[in-house]
Design a protein around this ligand. Structure first.
Ligand code: GLN
Length: 452
C-alpha cells in the first residue's frame, strides 16, 4: 500500500485520482496484515484498489467528477465496494472520470482531463486514456493501483481498457449491483473491473458480483468462480465474426488486429463463423436516445436541495434550481439533459424514445439469434488507438463514434470484455472485444485467457 501511495504521488501529473485516501488505505492495509498473519483473510486481502468516483464510499468525498456534487460525502457504501472491502481490498482513493460517466476521453471531468501513460513513439503529445473510466484505466496501466473499479454504460470500461493495454470487463446486466453507484442510464449501467491481466479481472469480478435485494434489477443466480475458466481449452468453441463491424474507412491496423485475433482463436482450435448483425448501424442512434432520456430523468435529483452544490445567488426556489444546475453541470451533461428531455417530451416520445426502445429489443433479438450459432463474438474494442487530448472534444459526433463497437453490448445487456491484443504503427495499444451470451461470463473468460 505504501509503495502504491508513493507511486501515486510521483505520478500526480497524470491526474488519475480525484481523492487520495492515504490514511484510510494504511489503516485497511494494517487490518489486512493482521488477518494475513493469522492465516485469515479474503480472496483479495490487502490488495490496493482504485475506486471510480461514481461509487459512493462512506465518509469519503464522492463527486462523479461533477461540480454539482461538491462536498458530497455519502453516509453509505455502494454494494460493490462493500463486497470488495469484505473480501480484503484496500481503498487507495477515488478515480477521475468523465462527468457522470458521460464521455469517451475523460475530458468532461470537472477535475480536469487524465493523461494516458502511453505515448506515440518519438512523440510527446499527451493522449487520452479513453473514457469515461479514464482514471481507472490510467491508474491500472501506470501501476498506481493493483486493480480498479469502473462502469460501462456504452463502453466506458472496454474502450479505456483498449486505449491503455489493460483488461476491462462489463458483466451481464444484472450480474452486479448498481446500488450506491450514481446512476447515468439505469437500464444500461453496469460496473466491472479494469485490471492488469485476465486473471485479476476474474478475481475482481467474482468479488464485485452477486444478487443484491437493494437493486431490483440485480439477478439472483450463483456467481461462478471465473478463475476456474482460465486455461480451459477453447477447442471447438464457435467464434462469430460480424461483418457489420467492418466499418467503412476502418484503419488498416484495426483490420489487422482483428484478423490476428481471428487467426489466434483458430490456431487455438476454435471454429470461426461469419455472422451478420444488420441492426448494428442503429445501435449508436438508439443509444444516444435511450441513454440521454434516462440520464435526464436520473439527473433531476441534483437540484441544490439534497446533494452537494447550491448556487449562492437566487430569488426563489425555481431560480435556486436553475442557477444551481446551470453552475453545477458541465456542457456535455447539459447536452444530454437537453436531448433526453426532448426525446421524452409529449409529441416526440413516440417518434424517438418509443421507437428507439423497439429497435433496442430487435438488437437484443438479433444477438439471441447469433448466439444460437456461436459461443462468442469477436470484434475490435474501439475504432482507434488513443487520440490526442482536445482532438475530438469539440465534435460530439466524432466522440460518440468511439463507442460504435461497445454500445450494442449495453443495449442488449450481454457481457463484453476488452483484452490487449496488439499495437498500432505508433506503438499504441489496441484491444479486442469478446461478447458472450447473457450470464455466460465463464465462456467469455475462457476466450479472454486464450486471447491474452
Ligand atoms: N461514451 C459513452 C457516453 O458518453 C459511454 C459512456 C459510458 O459507458 N459511461 O455516453
Amino acid at each position: 500500500t505504501d509503495a502504491y501511495l508513493d507511486r501515486m504521488e510521483a505520478a500526480k501529473a497524470l491526474n488519475s485520482f480525484i481523492t487520495v485516501t492515504g490514511d484510510k488505505a494504511r489503516e485497511m492495509a494494517k487490518a489486512s496484515d493482521e488477518k494475513l498473519s493469522k492465516g485469515e483473510g479474503g480472496p483479495i486481502e490487502g490488495v490496493p484498489l482504485g475506486i471510480k468516483d461514481l461509487f459512493c464510499t462512506e465518509g469519503t468525498l464522492t463527486t462523479a467528477a461533477s461540480h454539482i456534487l461538491d462536498g458530497f460525502t455519502p453516509r453509505y457504501e455502494s454494494t460493490i465496494t462493500s463486497q470488495l472491502w469484505r473480501d480484503g481490498g484496500v481503498m487507495l482513493g477515488k478515480l477521475n472520470m468523465d462527468e457522470f460517466a458521460m464521455g469517451s476521453s475523460n475530458e468532461t471531468s470537472f477535475y480536469g482531463n487524465v493523461i494516458n501513460p502511453w505515448r506515440r513513439e518519438g512523440d510527446d503529445t499527451p493522449l487520452t486514456p479513453g473514457g469515461s473510466s479514464g482514471g481507472s484505466s490510467t491508474a491500472v496501466a501506470a501501476r498506481l493501483c493493483a486493480a480498479a473499479t469502473a462502469t460501462d454504460t456504452g463502453g466506458s470500461i472496454r474502450q479505456p481498457a483498449s486505449l491503455t493495454s489493460t483488461v476491462g470487463v462489463k458483466p451481464t446486466y444484472g450480474r452486479v449491483s448498481r446500488w450506491g453507484v450514481a446512476a447515468f442510464a439505469s437500464s444500461l449501467d453496469q460496473a466491472g473491473p479494469i485490471t492488469q491481466d485476465v486473471r485479476d479481472a476474474a478475481i475482481m469480478l467474482k468479488s464485485m458480483s452477486g444478487y443484491d435485494p437493494k437493486d431490483s434489477t440485480s439477478v439472483d443466480r450463483p456467481v461462478p468462480d471465473y478463475e476456474a475458466s482460465l486455461g480451459q481449452s477453447v477447442k471447438g468453441l464457435k467464434i462469430g465474426v460480424p461483418k457489420e463491424y467492418r466499418l467503412d474507412g476502418m484503419p488498416a491496423e484495426i483490420e489487422k488486429l482483428w484478423a490476428d485475433g481471428i487467426a489466434w482463436m483458430k490456431d487455438a482450435g476454435c471454429e470461426i463463423v461469419d455472422i451478420s448483425l444488420p441492426l448494428t448501424k442503429y445501435a449508436l442512434p438508439v443509444y444516444y436516445i435511450v441513454a440521454p432520456a434516462e440520464a435526464s430523468s436520473n439527473l433531476a435529483r441534483y437540484d441544490g436541495v439534497k446533494f452537494g452544490h447550491r448556487a449562492d445567488k437566487y430569488d426563489d426556489i425555481l431560480s435556486m434550481y436553475e442557477n444551481t444546475r446551470a453552475e453545477g453541470f458541465g456542457d456535455e451533461v447539459k447536452r444530454r439533459i437537453l436531448i433526453g428531455t426532448y426525446v421524452l417530451s409529449a409529441g416526440y416520445y413516440d417518434a424517438y424514445y418509443l421507437r428507439a426502445q423497439k429497435v433496442r429489443k430487435k438488437i437484443f433479438d438479433e444477438f439471441t439469434g447469433a448466439f444460437s450459432k456461436v459461443d462468442l463474438i469477436l470484434t475490435p474494442s474501439a475504432p482507434s488507438a488513443a487520440f490526442g487530448l482536445g482532438e475530438k472534444s469539440n465534435d460530439p459526433i466524432q466522440m460518440y463514434l468511439n463507442d460504435v463497437f461497445t454500445v450494442t453490448g449495453n443495449l442488449s445487456g450481454i457481457p463484453g470484455a476488452s483484452v490487449p491484443a496488439g499495437f498500432d504503427a505508433n506503438g499504441l495499444p489496441l484491444g479486442l472485444q469478446l461478447l458472450a451470451r447473457p450470464f455466460d461470463e465463464e465462456t467469455m473468460f475462457k476466450g479472454m485467457y486464450a486471447l491474452e
